[in-house]
Design a protein around this ligand. Structure first.
Ligand code: SF4
Length: 361
């Protein structure tokens, strides 16, 4: 049977982090109720699209899914269970969380619902960096939450950011030492990007914060990669690391163009060789949860770009690249080219530049 993933976007946050451009609105209980009604409707209506498929991953992302009431989360997962084919012995069910929302009761409830992978927005183990980012946590609580999750035998992911204003090599190193001690199964280290219409964009433009230089970023990215590999993590995608084969099954679908359906405002789907997405508006979504903003086919270049994000890269037989340039990049240590072309961490660091050089964008 074919396999498919389900992504559900929970569009609520209680504060706005200074760097974030994900689609979200302020949380109220009334909004949550409207949203749950709409997403239930969408889940029921679209289930007929995948009658021939078995769902092997569910990813509840956001926004801040850990703000959802127990009742709402239960209702959403119930509809998925009722309307889709699921093999409960072989499914990854992930939820993104803000550590400040997690306590023993909520963690037990996630277990009860069958959630088996919890992703925690840590970002840094430096109090000062958390403040700069506009996060509402403190380091002691984040560590306590991670310990509780690991004790409860979830697969645990922790998200971090490289490139925080003021971040130096020694603070990255301190964060990595805490990572080593706690040893979560999976880690994501994202390079900070300055997005339009965020507070960081204004601060960057007005030179009110000191962002790390390109050299510092490069040094920190390679430090993270080397350190984590040295303590047993596999650097399997530009920003992702896993231990003991705990790669994220759901996210692998994005990089390998395996089908998934996205539910909720702003959610993307990839199905039957096409990308499509919902409008970034909760009110529009609540009125018509089946409205699709745009649909476009995926070509060879898009597939190559996504596959180059992964450690496995892409088979030589599947790509037509300028081979002289590929050889030069190989000599310089940016990629390996045997039966597959795969970027090295040094290549990932210059990902966009290399895509331009290889005429992929
Ligand atoms: S980073 Fe996460 S918690 Fe912060 S505003 Fe964005 S979606 Fe909300």
């Amino acid at each position: 049977m074919n396999r498919v993933g389900i992504y559900i976007h929970i569009p609520f946050c209680t504060t706005r982090c200074r760097y974030c451009d994900f689609y979200k609105v302020g949380y109220t209980y009334a909004r949550e109720k409207d949203f749950v009604q709409a997403v239930e409707k969408e889940l029921v209506c679209r289930s007929c699209e995948v009658q021939e498929y078995i769902v092997d991953s569910i990813y509840i992302g956001g926004g801040t899914p850990s703000l959802l009431s127990f009742e709402s989360l239960d209702r959403i997962l119930n509809v998925v269970n009722r309307c889709y084919s699921i093999n409960l012995d072989d499914i990854e069910i992930s939820i993104e969380t803000n550590p400040v929302d997690l306590n023993r009761e909520r963690i037990n409830f996630y277990k009860f619902l069958g959630i088996n992978r919890v992703s925690v927005g840590v970002q840094s183990f430096s109090e000062c960096e958390l403040k700069v980012l506009g996060r509402r946590e403190n380091v002691a609580n984040i560590m306590r939450v991670l310990e509780m999750l690991l004790d409860s035998e979830f697969t645990v992911n922790a998200d971090f950011i490289i490139g925080i204003p003021g971040q130096k090599k020694n603070s990255i190193f301190s964060t990595l030492e805490v990572v080593k001690k706690l040893s979560p199964d999976h880690l994501s280290f994202y390079m900070l990007e300055i997005h339009k219409n965020t507070e960081f964009e204004l601060l960057y433009r007005d030179k009110k914060l000191f962002f790390p230089t390109d050299e510092e970023l490069a040094e920190n990215y390679l430090l993270v990669s080397e350190f984590l590999e040295s303590i047993g993590y596999e650097h399997y995608e530009i920003s992702n690391f896993s231990k003991n084969g705990k790669r994220c099954r759901h996210n692998l679908k994005y990089w390998h163009f395996l089908p998934w359906l996205g539910f909720g405002p702003s959610a993307f789907s990839y199905f039957k060789e096409k990308y499509f997405y919902h409008p970034r508006s909760l009110s529009e979504y609540s009125q018509n949860p089946l409205a699709v903003k745009k649909s476009f086919p995926i070509g060879k270049k898009e597939r190559t770009i996504m596959k180059l994000r992964t450690k496995e890269g892409i088979p030589v037989s599947e790509v037509a690249l300028p081979w002289e340039k590929v050889s030069l990049l190989e000599e310089s240590g940016y990629l390996t080219a045997n039966d597959r072309i795969a970027l090295t961490p040094a290549g990932w660091l210059l990902f966009n530049e290399l895509l331009v050089y290889l005429d992929l964008i």
